[in-house]
Design a protein around this ligand. Sequence first.
Ligand SMILES: Cc1cc2nc3c(=O)[nH]c(=O)nc-3n(C[C@H](O)[C@H](O)[C@H](O)COP(=O)(O)OP(=O)(O)OC[C@H]3O[C@@H](n4cnc5c(N)ncnc54)[C@H](O)[C@@H]3O)c2cc1C
Length: 308
Amino acid sequence: MPSITVDGASIPAERGEAMREAMQRAVCRVVAIADLTHDIRRFRLAVESGGPFEFSAGQYARVEFAPGIHREYSMANPPHDSILESHVRRTANGLASSHVFTRLAIGDPVRVEGPLGTSYLRERHPGPILLAAGGSGMAPMFSILESALHLGLTQPIRLYFGVREARDFYGEDQLVTLAARHPNFRYDVVLSAADAAIPRFRMGMLHEAIAADWADLEVAKAYLAGPPMMVEAVSDLLRERGVALRDIHADAYYTEADKARLQPAHGLVAPGLNARSETVRAATAGPGATVITSRLATDEYAHDEFLR
Ligand SMILES: Cc1cc2nc3c(=O)[nH]c(=O)nc-3n(C[C@H](O)[C@H](O)[C@H](O)COP(=O)(O)OP(=O)(O)OC[C@H]3O[C@@H](n4cnc5c(N)ncnc54)[C@H](O)[C@@H]3O)c2cc1C
């Protein structure tokens, strides 16, 4: 059994971890709606039939609001909560996000199908945990974070939350409370497009902040979610800092436009279309682009590399 060294102690490396993958179809009802920022809205769902809806922290589901109006959304709640929570960012002229912002009301029925994705919390990993989120990519990070701390994981857990401006930052109360209760958890909020420095925030791109803090991340596990370009930049940086491909777990939030660009040109199953795929690096455009997806095969990762 290979081992890694953390704080001078030799610890067995990752063995198989349980992942929820049995497909469930739940009929839910909207029980709460709230604006988290000017363009991110949260809704909460109570499962009425087909439940309990079981998933692993970090996974996502196909959420259907009405016939023909469905998209993938990450669960923002930890698996031990019975109420499902999603954070949806408004996309200009977006079918599902417009529905969430203009029509969705308390009491509406919503169908949830899943869980999907393999970017879930590896509970047995003993090394540091690095979480990197952009925008509504914070949703699965809240799930992973709440779950890891609830499980009593004691290794360093470090969150980097990248947003454009201060008004895009959300979840502060939750993060402050968790950091106060758990000395092993710290977070940084990184603004990429702020006009001037603001004391409690860092400035720049997410991957630059991580690069400035960490020279070597060899024994860490990383979970990434958000815009594909951010996921790609952070993933590249982590590889440079020594994180093995099998320790980078990512969901790039591809939109229909991204999928349309990727699929015909590359003949690929874009991440997010396949229940068992996760992106570790994905270029969304351009000749010579490399797309790598990982598929979970029992306990082992098989990395399929598609080159063109
Ligand atoms: C694994 C995964 C998890 C995700 N989790 C979240 C989450 O937790 N929170 C979140 O906010 N988002 C998440 N997303 C993104 C989400 O699924 C939607 O893509 C996003 O909300 C936009 O959906 P929409 O229906 O509002 O916009 P869409 O109607 O899909 O439109 C998006 C853009 O694509 C264009 N477009 C639409 N159809 C086509 C087409 N056929 N060809 C070309 N262009 C087209 C539109 O004009 C628009 O610019 C996730 C995505 C994935 C893959």
